[in-house]
Design a protein around this ligand. Sequence first.
Ligand code: ARG
Length: 493
Amino acid sequence: MRTDVVRLGRLSGERTGEMMHFLSSMRSDRCIAEADILVDLAHVLMLEKQKIIDPDIAKQLLSALLELFDEGIPEEVFDDRFEDVHAGIESLLIESLGVEVGGRLHMGRSRNDEVATCIRIKLREDLLKQMSALLKVREVLVALAGLHIETVMPGFTHMQHAQPTTLAHHLLAYEQAFSRDFDRLRDAYVRVNQSPLGAAAFASTGYPINREYTATLLGFDGLVANTMDAVATRDFALETLAGLSILMVNTSRLCEDLVIWSTSFVKFVSLDDAFCSTSSIMPQKKNPDTAEIMRAKTGSVFGAFAGALVTLKGLPMSYNRDLQELTPHIWRGMQDAKESLRLLIDMLSSATFDTGRMKEDAGKGFSTATELADTLVRNYGLPFRTAHTIVGRAVQKGDLSLFTLEEAAQEAGGGISLVAKGLTQQNIDDVLDVQYSVALRRATGGPAPFAVRIALEERKKHLDQDSALIDRHLLKVSKAREDLIAKARRLVA
Ligand code: ARG
């Protein structure tokens, strides 16, 4: 039975299975197992280049590592009896190559810099996937907005009918929020993609290693220079989880809108059956469960973020084993956010909007009263506060007819006669029209079709830029990976 090579010297005493299970990070290390092989390959290539190990030793190590890369890591490596996947792989190599060869893999490094490097490699891959998914969500929102530039609907504040807007305007509000979420992940990526490798335990090493070389081989954009910080920090993970948490807030709010919109008293949207569930007792039910679960996953992502924050906050410099317990929070948070976004793309694109219902509701609750007050200002020279008071009083009286407005003006407007100023019922009817009210709101970012058309063009440009950025990152990372494997194969051949 293969033993954990790390424990051979210093410690004695048997450990129970329960103990080893408790201490091992193996369950969550499956996520970083492949990254670990890449890190091992880069490390051995560097040791060889720096003449720290003989080419013949390097060849044998690389050959065994490439076999793991090509064939997959055998299941036995993932046994709990190893503290982690790093110890598991090293133990495997020592067993298969002998200690004379396998025993030289770990020169000039520690599991502390190794694990931090692996986490960053896996996390950058996840971040790029998440950013691509976010891009798709935004594309769907922009495409839907393009179809609904003229679709008037009620806009709400305090969940009360406020002013009419358009569905396009509403959808673009979410797109803009998701675009900031994209920016936050993009910014986190910059700090995730830095190499801690070569920091060793925390004080680097006396061997003449070349940190810049391993960083390049692994597709990093630079180094986490100070070696103590390099092994101690997980703030790159906090940034990522913070970004994911905020992204989930926006996702959850959109889900909440969809849940409300699909109720029988609103009926603005019908979600595709595939995203809904029914009741085991009430045969008529169609419940928006996917949106509800996403709303709840938001809490799980917050939990992951909170767990990571709390794990980190009391730790002295530099590496502490507590860090091992932080890592699963990263993958959990990422997994929930990833699953949510992937489903959100299809839930949105398959939703059917009831534009008739939206239009029917757009004028409810005196939603164009602001426009009427603005008209009294524009056409009849009233101060806005006076106009606001008159219209408010008329609403209190129950309608916005010429008769009621005139009464309100007499009572609350200091005896003003709107009729004497020339206001007619036709004027009132014209400005209370929802389409008219929306069309006037042409300021940058407003709901008027004129403004939305301009916004759509800008958002599309933004999307193209963001998509090009992801392509650049993906290309750099995949090219580095190909080069690394090719270099290793060349040395072995
Ligand atoms: N499994 C450990 C982790 O996830 C790797 C580093 C272990 N280092 C140590 N000194 N025990 O953080």
